[in-house]
Design a protein around this ligand. Structure first.
Ligand code: URP
Ligand code: ZN
Ligand code: ZN
Ligand code: ZN
Length: 474
């Protein structure tokens, strides 16, 4: 046979085009696109369904070592199995530097955790919490040579936060090396001050998480992040943007001609602060605690508008898998833990694409090409994985998802493949779900059933990301 696999009658959608074609695959790579392709050893009839590049989840936390006693429920096996069933073929979780640990060692530890377990391809971002001269001058270039070319930095969390001076050091190093910086923008002193007052007043329930992190806390930090990046003249990506005030700052920065990229996540389209309220069951609000917190309906609309309007480059899950019950989970500090002792983050690696496809593409809010750009192509470009990942093109990896888009499914945690005991999207209905996820020419998931194997996913070293190039000034 001319091909290992031919996908017939595909309605291919890329970030640029929609076209009908057969897809010829050999050696895990797309080698032909055309009408009436010759026979394949295996053939799949897409029956004119949409076939999209596999999702690239550019922001997810999988088996990340934590310093506060919390433990992630997903390891690389369950996390990537869940990713595959949700239409993803590449994930980029974080290698996290622990205090006192070298950058190389942090990356090596993540490689050990992933080895032999991943069901989809993976790369790593590195979280930097101790930007010493040695780390930035000696280790960072070495880490980059090994394919880790993006770095997350935090303005808050005691174990991770950098002050503005340290931030400038990291930004300057990123500019020098050509790395992409992902910025967690929240004002840490405001949060600490508000938290102290809320707790002193006895306001410890999960819903007060939102009161401790109001929008202005994110707005101020977003503005400051933009100013620091402008000072160093380096592009940055502001991650997990929650609503209007931060979006206004990003629009402002972009209007100045600065390379300010932005990311948002499902929790800011589909959850609100009310989901953290106790009237959903005592402490059940803890399930939706994440930072920045979900806002309100009006802010959801502002996020939709910004997605449509091109403010956001990427749409990621920020999958942060903490169980509701049990040690190391949301209530690890006790059954009545105060909100500031509850690990932050919501799971969502499997539901990211179906939720956005359904409420975005099928409800007419998003063009299918924009959907592909936000969830795959732009992500691959942002982190140096393009054109191997993120496209349907000759020479690209045969990472493809055939979509069912005429369903009526209720999201239920028991049907998901992560190892978390809840989903914040329980009971929501979607009309789309991946019918088949194909990783380098192999079917790894079909209609909500995982068919791949642990260890099938490969480490993909990232190139220097083109969007990280500083502006050309004349
Ligand atoms: O609350 C969140 N988002 N937790 C995950 C870690 C992070 O800051 O992205
Ligand atoms: Zn963050
Ligand atoms: Zn409610
Ligand atoms: Zn995150």
């Amino acid at each position: 046979a001319a091909f290992d696999l031919v996908i017939r009658n595909a309605r291919c959608a890329t970030a640029a085009d929609v076209f009908d074609a057969d897809i010829g695959i050999k050696g895990g790579v797309i080698v032909a696109l055309g009408k009436h392709l010759a026979a394949g050893q295996r053939e799949i009839d897409a029956e004119r369904r949409y076939v999209l590049p596999g999702g690239v989840d550019g922001h997810c936390h999988i088996d990340q070592p934590m310093m506060d006693g919390s433990v992630m429920a997903d390891d690389f096996w369950t996390g990537t199995r869940s990713a595959a069933c949700g239409g993803n073929t590449t994930v980029i979780p974080f290698a996290s530097q622990l205090k006192g640990q070298g950058l190389m060692e942090a990356v090596a530890e993540s490689h050990r955790r992933a080895a032999g377990k991943a069901a989809v391809d993976y790369a790593f971002h590195l979280i930097i919490c101790e930007p010493t001269e040695h780390a930035l001058k000696e280790e960072l270039p070495q880490v980059m040579r090994e394919g880790c070319t993006s770095f997350k930095v935090y303005m808050t969390y005691d174990d991770l936060k950098l002050d503005d001076r340290q931030m400038l050091d990291v930004l300057a190093a990123a500019r020098h090396e050509g790395a992409m910086i992902m910025m967690h923008a929240e004002n840490t002193d405001c949060i600490a001050w508000l938290t102290e007052r809320l707790i002193a007043a006895g306001h410890t329930a999960p819903k007060f998480h939102a009161a401790a992190r109001p929008m202005l806390v994110e707005r101020e930090a977003t503005h400051r992040a933009i100013a620091l990046a402008e000072l160093v003249d380096v592009p940055i990506l502001i991650v997990h943007v929650s609503g209007r005030e931060a979006i206004e700052q990003i629009r402002w920065g972009q209007a100045q001609g600065l390379k300010i990229y932005a990311e948002t996540c499902p929790q800011y389209l589909f959850l609100t602060a009310d989901d953290m309220d106790d009237h959903h069951g005592h402490m059940h609000g803890a399930k939706c605690i994440c930072s920045p917190p979900p806002r309100d309906k009006a802010n959801q609309q502002v996020v939709w508008d910004a997605l449509q309007g091109g403010v956001f480059e990427v749409f990621s899950s920020d999958h942060a898998p903490f169980r509701f019950a049990g040690e190391g989970g949301k209530l690890g500090a006790g059954p009545d833990a105060s909100f500031d002792k509850i690990p932050n983050g919501v799971p969502g690696i499997e539901t990211r694409l179906p939720l956005l496809f359904s409420a975005g593409v099928l409800e007419g809010r998003l063009d299918i090409c924009d959907f592909v750009a936000l969830t795959s192509t732009n992500v691959a470009k942002m982190y140096g994985l393009y054109p191997r990942k993120g496209s349907i093109a000759i020479g690209a990896d045969a990472d493809l998802v055939i979509w069912d888009a005429d369903l009526d499914i209720e999201i239920r945690n028991e049907n998901l493949h992560h190892d978390v005991d809840y989903t914040p999207y329980e009971g929501m209905r979607v009309k789309a779900w991946p019918r088949m996820t194909i990783l380098r020419g192999e079917v790894v998931a079909e209609r909500g059933k995982f068919l791949g194997a642990a260890g099938q996913g490969q480490y993909i070293p990232c190139d220097l990301p083109t969007p990280a190039k500083p502006r050309v000034r004349t």
